[in-house]
Each structure stands twice: as structure tokens, then as C-alpha cells.
Design a protein around this ligand. Structure first.
Ligand code: SF4
Length: 298
């Protein structure tokens, strides 16, 4: 058994233009409250955890209501860039959600990556305001952040946050910004370090996974098993990084779309870790997303 996640991109609005953004946010589109209530009610039996994301979910005027309703039956996460996190909103979501902050460097390194001066200061303010709330930090392993890994680990400790280190998936804006991609040898070194930390009980999770011969038997230990995503236009996709559209919730019920999606070759293969599609000739053995997953037909 593994937890099944539904990520709901409730708004296309965003204040930043991050270099790796999978969805090229900001963009038009916003899910109305009533539609999100419908999604929450249809998620029973299909999902265990709901993630409210965007764009920047704190820019949706009804975020607190959505969280309140969802937290009755689901574990709720809010992924945020840390700007703007208004204090009155954090009061209203208190004890109902885990906050997941995107941190991609210390100081100017983070500002450069988020393309807005002051982004790091905003994020630190948001983490201070929410000091007593459960929180996680996601760091994307781009070239500029690799020398700062130790500082990020200390920052996670200071804020009592679980740390996630994810590889860059070359889709959306990351595809245009190839200069942010780290060297594969550097990734190897970081991978070993993070993997050791994880295995020795550190509050560190890494979604950086290196494809090996063994995966032909065991499959890849995918973080996205059981995961689906809904865009601000209502399109249901396998995850936020995948271009395939499985249906639209303004045309068909979510339940029907997910049940049908679970019968497709792509989702079936994902659920067994792509065992039958493992390729060992990958130039970057950490990119199984676009090199294996994206090539499996629906
Ligand atoms: S493996 Fe496929 S479904 Fe999983 S995160 Fe990557 S692109 Fe998405």
C-alpha cells in the first residue's frame, strides 16, 4: 500500500517566473470553489492526500474554505513559493494542512531562480510566520543550488521541516533554461550524500532516482504511484509534469476519468515502476520521466 495523491492546481496566478516551472505559470484559469468541493467529494476511495497548488495557491481567495472541507477526510498539503502568505490565511488553515515551501537556494541564488528580487526574504518571512505549523521544504537540484546543499539542510533543521530534494524534470520552462541543468557527475555525488542521509534517519527525502539494471526486476521506486493532477482548466493528467490529458472534469466526473485512466498502458506501467520499459542507455540516468514515462503511450 502507498498513499495516493491528487494535486489540484487551483489557480494559474503566480507572482514569480521560476526557471524550472513545469506549467509555465503564471497563466489564465482558476477552479471555482464549488468545483473544488465536487473534486473533494469525488476523491473519497480514490485518494488519501490532496495537494492544493498552482500557480500560487495563496492567491486563490477561497483556499482556506477548500482546506477546511478537504481536511475532514484527507491529509492536506499546500505547496507554496512563500509569497504572499497572508497571516490571516495561515491562522485559518492552522492544524488543517502541511505547508510545502519551494526553496531553491540561499539569498540571491533563490532570487535568481525565482526571477524576482526579494523572493528569498519573502520565503523566510513566510516560514517565520508559520513557524509552529507542520512544514516541508522542496529543493530542486539545479546547477546553482548544489554547492549550497549543506546550508539548506541546516535551514530545514532550524525550521523543523522535512526536506525533499528533487531532480529537475525537463518540461515547461525548464526545457527553455537548459543552463540550469546540473552535470550528471555532480548529481551522482549529491545523490550518494542524500541517499545516505535518508538511510541514516535524517528528515531528508530524495526523488532523485538513478535507473539501474536492477530496475528491470524491481521497477523504479516511483514517488508518483497513485498520483494524479488537475490543471486550472480542469484537465486531469498523470502528474504535473506529464503532458497527457486523461479527461476534463468540466466534461466528465473525476471518478470516471480516474477509473478509466487506471486501465491505460501508461498508468498500469507506472504502477509497477516501468519494469518492462527500463532503458539503460539513458544519457542522464536520473531522467526516467521524459526518457521513459513520457514515451509510453496511453
Ligand atoms: S514518472 Fe511519469 S507520472 Fe511519474 S512524475 Fe515522472 S512524468 Fe510524472
Amino acid at each position: 500500500m502507498y498513499p495516493r495523491f491528487l494535486e489540484i492546481e487551483i489557480t494559474g496566478k503566480c507572482m514569480y517566473k521560476c526557471k524550472h516551472c513545469y506549467g509555465r505559470f503564471p497563466k489564465p484559469g482558476e477552479l471555482p470553489l464549488e468545483k473544488v468541493y465536487e473534486i473533494i467529494s469525488e476523491s473519497h476511495g480514490l485518494f488519501d492526500c490532496l495537494i492544493f497548488s498552482g500557480g500560487e495557491p495563496f492567491l486563490h481567495p477561497d483556499l482556506a474554505e477548500m482546506v477546511k472541507r478537504a481536511s475532514k477526510d484527507f491529509v492536506v498539503f499546500i505547496t507554496t513559493s512563500g509569497f504572499p502568505v497572508p497571516e490571516d490565511q495561515t491562522e485559518r488553515i492552522k492544524n488543517s494542512a502541511v505547508l510545502v515551501f519551494g526553496l531553491d537556494g540561499i539569498g540571491n541564488t533563490h532570487d535568481f531562480y525565482r526571477s524576482v528580487p526579494g523572493a528569498f526574504r519573502n520565503l523566510m518571512q513566510a516560514m517565520d510566520i508559520t513557524r509552529d505549523l507542520p512544514k516541508e521544504i522542496i529543493t530542486t537540484l539545479w546547477k546553482g543550488v548544489i554547492p549550497q546543499i549543506d546550508e539548506i539542510i541546516s535551514l530545514g533543521e532550524k525550521y523543523n521541516a522535512i526536506l525533499h530534494f528533487n531532480g529537475i524534470i525537463p518540461v515547461g520552462r525548464a526545457k527553455d533554461n537548459t543552463d540550469i541543468l546540473p552535470d550528471v557527475k555532480e548529481l551522482e555525488k549529491v545523490y550518494k550524500k542524500l541517499y545516505q542521509l535518508k538511510m541514516t534517519g535524517g528528515a531528508v527525502t530524495t526523488d532523485l532516482y538513478r535507473v539501474t539494471e536492477m530496475d528491470k526486476e524491481d521497477g523504479i521506486g516511483l514517488f508518483c504511484r497513485g498520483r494524479f493532477n488537475i490543471t486550472p482548466e480542469g484537465n486531469v493528467r498523470p502528474c504535473e509534469f506529464h503532458h497527457a490529458v486523461l479527461g476534463n472534469i468540466f466534461e466528465r466526473p473525476l471518478k470516471e476519468i480516474i477509473i478509466q485512466a487506471n486501465k491505460t498502458a501508461l498508468i498500469k506501467s507506472r504502477e509497477n515502476g516501468f519494469r518492462d520499459h527500463i532503458r539503460l542507455d539513458l544519457q542522464n540516468p536520473f531522467d526516467y520521466h521524459t526518457r521513459i514515462c513520457h514515451r509510453i503511450p496511453l
